[in-house]
Design a protein around this ligand. Sequence first.
Ligand code: HEM
Ligand SMILES: Cc1cc2nc3c(=O)[nH]c(=O)nc-3n(C[C@H](O)[C@H](O)[C@H](O)COP(=O)(O)O)c2cc1C
Length: 486
Amino acid sequence: MVLSIEEIAKHKDESSCWVIIKNEVYDVTEFLLRHPGGPAILLNYGGRDATSAYEPIHSSDAIQRNLSPSQCLGPLKSSDARDLELQEKQRGQTKDEIRVEHAMKQRPPLSRILSLADMEDVARKVLPFSTLSFFSTGSDDEITLQENVRAFERFFFHARVMRPVSKCDPSTKILGYDSSIPVFVSGASTARLGHPLGELNITRGCGNANIIQMVCTFASISKAEIAAAALPSQHLFFQLYKTTNLDSAAKLVREAEELGYKAIFLTVDVAVISTRSRDIKNPWIIEAEEGKTQYYTEGDPDETVNMFGTSTRHASRNYPLDADMSWEVTIPWLRSITKLPIILKGIQCVEDAVLAAEMGVDGILLSNHGGRQLEYSLPPLEVLNKLRRERPDIFYKLEVYIDGGIRRGTDVIKALCLGAKAVGLGRPFMYALSAYGEAGVSKILSILNREIVTAMQLLGAASIKDLTPELVERVDWEPATHRAKL
Ligand code: HEM
Ligand SMILES: Cc1cc2nc3c(=O)[nH]c(=O)nc-3n(C[C@H](O)[C@H](O)[C@H](O)COP(=O)(O)O)c2cc1C
């Protein structure tokens, strides 16, 4: 059935809600309460075209997986489709769009990007304001976000000299899979907000460099497409947000397994979503910039959350995240449905690392979600150091990784000296793909490779096994400078 704009416009509330996406019309009335992004945002687009808002945040199979054929009503009338296209072309650019367009033309050549901080600088200029807020935000006052980075400044090296290092090999194995350096991609969702090819930039950059990518439950490219884009020799891990509905959670795991993903990283630090104020505030900042500031008028209702901020939609999301996961139930359940290695992502203290080992999981990722969840959660590097001092036996029982605030090869080496098998990076990949696409991802991997090799050689380590705890010391004085950039 071909539908006209006039007809579609009549369906814009809970009783009947239709949306247009890429010139196809969908009846989402039944879906409103199941929509992972919440009903409000869908209703906001009820009766009209939602393509540009929909595109960057949904995986390519979102419609096919969530709507039945009867909910796909048919195409938009072709003359109306042309009108929409024209309207989109005629819509004036916002100040932010003009700024981004200009900044994209002024990106420095890749040869002038010397560090991950340089890459982040470019990304901060070229990203739309709302996306930058979403990528960079932490929780509450962002203390943990800052301390994740600062923690690395408290660890210094005891370099050993007169050790042959001309042949230095930074390669390692993660869960038995080869990796050219002890680094993997910690999955960060919705990469298409930064670049139209989203997570595929990471897949391609990592394929060439032999680095393992962790793909999120909420990746903006489907895990099937990512698997299809990977090289035959390339390995992928799957990050699982477990739902209360065991069947749908098991389905996600089964699909990952069938697609050849090599491990399940179960995220355990998101019982609920934290408050990410910087991100929530960003739509209001944009409003002000566009000269559309809203002012209080007597009797205005108090909206507790703004539904259109990027992280806020997480808060309002309908995804039935399991806030009742437990050691006794969840781990045996996951074990019973998959043969893949299980890694707990988001372990934040020694006691839970010990419990994880007792439960027989294959690995733990010491992480506080990049400072995006519990504010005042200890920096993962400090937890790693504590684990090394208090329970060195744990490192023989499972693989220990950390993520959060890692921005330099020396950071990677410090974590490895303290016993980490490898480290994950989240934001740096998002910034790199936003700034230069696949080439940006390749660039930061080559920077990390160079920095890791240099640090190893100057430290007197010719291979990863030479990185031992004696080579680092935690100091209790404040270093002279802070390189944290927030
Ligand atoms: C055809 C209708 C739609 C379907 C089937 C659908 C499905 C989904 C799914 C499955 C997710 C989880 C993420 C993923 O797996 O991709 C999601 C998240 C979301 N959706 Fe939709 N959606 C629809 C329309 C819309 C529209 C029109 C908007 C308006 C902008 C919207 C906004 C969002 C938001 C904000 C999220 C949360 C993303 C996040 O938290 O990272 N959706 N949707
Ligand atoms: C924009 C963004 C989205 C993220 N999405 C997820 C996610 O969907 N699932 C998850 O387990 N972790 C997610 N994370 C956390 C990362 O996996 C990782 O733990 C964190 O980014 C590491 O810190 P870093 O950014 O300082 O490297 C996200 C992080 C960012 C920055």
